[in-house]
Ligand binder design. Structure first.
Ligand SMILES: [Cu+2]
Length: 112
């Protein structure tokens, strides 16, 4: 009699299935990179949703300098980003941010 569990071939299938299942459920997601353009005095897109550890790159497409500054407690800032320049940050937590040079410019990072 050759049941599922005393067949060596079935064991191999079972191990294979377990490896695939483990890979699907517990492997950390590879960090992604998101781009926010700064143009016409706006952050585009204004709101982005990322996973913790993902990187956001802000690219200044305007003719004047801007910055990217955490708004609530000023916990981080890019410093001035010159026209044509960029700045990147790995996201650790959700944030409302703004441009401290032009305070009406606002954006938001949300975690999924
Ligand atoms: Cu600005």
């Amino acid at each position: 009699m050759n049941t599922f569990f005393n067949s060596s071939r079935s064991y191999i299938y079972l191990i294979f299935i377990l490896i695939v299942a483990a890979g699907c459920t517990s492997a950390p997601q590879k960090p992604k990179v998101f781009t926010v353009e700064i143009k016409d005095m706006k952050f585009v897109p204004q709101n982005i949703t990322v996973s913790k550890g993902d990187t956001v790159i802000w690219i200044n497409r305007d003719m004047v300098a801007h910055d990217v500054t955490e708004e609530t407690a000023k916990t981080w800032t890019s410093g001035p980003i010159a026209a044509g320049g960029s700045w990147k940050m790995a996201v650790a937590e959700e944030a409302n941010y703004y441009c401290s040079i032009h305070v009406v410019m606002k954006g938001k990072i949300e975690l999924e």
